[in-house]
Design a binder for this molecule. Structure first.
Ligand code: SF4
Length: 404
């Protein structure tokens, strides 16, 4: 409810002077995958035109709420399935971002797509409206795993989709993969990674399968209908993939992400640096002006609230904002440590941390840092970057709790 929203404090407004990343949530899918807990809905295609209009309206209202036009460095279309959108709608949303914010001419514009969903004409249109990076939900190269997930594509759809995207001129392509799947063996995982590498992606995201409450996979696990994955085997899968991708020339720059030189995802990098980003659309999250906020999840309610909004609200809120959480002081410092430590090469830059908060990480978290260093879980580079050691990659959560 809007009445419960907290107005941003003056102390928090420094974040608004920095560049923003823009996230656009598209909560529509043709079918639901069995592991998915994202805010997304099947069978709602008829709502897409009204949703796209509401998105443009929300973007303009939030942009108008800022004291001046704020610079933005990226747009990320996530979901859901953004490729459910007709291309003119993608162009209209990007245009709304350009009008509401000062979008960098070199802005990275990422777009998630499912294998087999788009043809070369669709990709060529995306290029024309400014999309510069694709993220393809490959997940696995094993038919039985794709069936378990209720994915609609086959392993062969992935190289075909990459080929079409390259034909249309895309030079930055990510593939998402999942490991730690019930019944998955190391050779099955290796097959998926090799299949992905044969597609020559510029970026790879490897996620450990999580069993989220409310998903069919979670229910089946509870009922004993699928085997519980062995965490040690999942750790071996991760280690093997890290070595293999490094040998193939990919930089392991974030716990779950690898990139060829020049292909680090700028949008996510910005978020991991705990810099401000705006979330547009049903269920989107954002962080700006010292507030973390979440938008109402239901698309119909989202559309109705945005349509009923007449005036801009205090930046970065809209009439569809459902929850806000002020994040200041020690909490903002803790977030910066936890997010920054996910960046394996860069880590947390002590000088930038001090410039932002007035304290160094050692002044803010001295005992925790000493403990972690003693246990060999973090290290500090000669130029003052604090980062995880390799043995901490798989137990990063143990490190993160030290800052909470
Ligand atoms: S396509 Fe993606 S967002 Fe949609 S249900 Fe499957 S995993 Fe979830």
């Amino acid at each position: 409810m809007i009445e419960t929203l907290a107005a941003p404090s003056l102390a928090a407004t420094t974040a608004s002077r920095e560049r923003l990343a823009l996230y656009v949530h598209i909560p529509f899918c043709r079918t639901r995958c069995t592991y998915c807990a994202f805010n997304t809905y099947a069978g709602m295609k008829a709502r897409i035109p009204a949703y796209v209009r509401a998105l443009q309206r929300e973007i303009r209202l939030v942009g108008a709420a800022a004291e001046r036009q704020l610079p933005a460095l990226s747009i990320y279309f996530g979901g859901g399935t953004p490729s459910q959108l007709p291309v003119p709608a993608v162009g209209q949303i990007i245009e709304a971002c350009r009008e509401a914010f000062s979008l960098d001419p070199e802005a990275e514009i990422s777009f998630e797509v499912n294998p087999g969903d788009a043809d070369v004409a669709y990709f060529a249109h995306l290029r024309r409206v400014g999309v510069s990076r694709l993220s393809i939900g490959m997940q696995s190269a094993n038919e039985n795993e794709l069936r378990l997930f209720a994915r609609r594509h086959t392993p062969d759809d992935v190289p075909h989709t990459v080929h079409l995207a390259r034909q249309a001129g895309f030079t930055s392509i990510n593939l998402d993969l999942i490991y730690g799947i019930p019944g998955q063996t190391l050779p099955m995982w290796q097959r998926s990674v090799h299949h992905a590498l044969r597609c020559e992606p510029d970026h790879l995201s490897l996620y450990s399968l999580s069993f989220e409450e409310g998903t069919p996979l979670h229910t089946w696990l509870q009922q004993g209908r699928i085997p519980v994955p062995d965490p040690d085997l999942a750790a071996d899968m991760y280690d093997w993939a890290a070595d293999t991708l490094q040998a193939a020339g990919y930089l392991h720059y974030e716990i779950s992400n690898w990139a060829r030189p020049g292909h680090v995802c700028q949008h996510n990098l910005h978020v991991w640096r705990n810099q401000p980003y705006l979330g547009f659309g049903a269920g989107a999250h954002g962080y700006a002006n010292g507030l973390r906020y979440e938008t109402i999840a239901d698309p119909a309610t989202y559309i109705a609230r945005i349509n009923a909004q007449r005036e801009p609200l205090p930046f970065p809120l809209s009439a569809a904002t459902a929850e806000t959480l002020p994040v200041e002081g020690r909490e903002a410092m803790a977030d910066t440590m936890i997010l920054g430590l996910r960046l394996l090469e860069e880590g947390v830059d002590s000088a930038a941390f001090r410039a932002r908060f007035g304290f160094s990480p050692h002044e803010a978290f001295g005992p925790a840092l000493q403990r972690l260093q003693r246990h060999g879980l973090i290290e500090e580079t000669a130029d003052g970057h604090i980062r995880l050691t390799r043995r901490a990659y798989l137990v990063a959560n143990r490190v993160f709790v030290e800052f909470i």
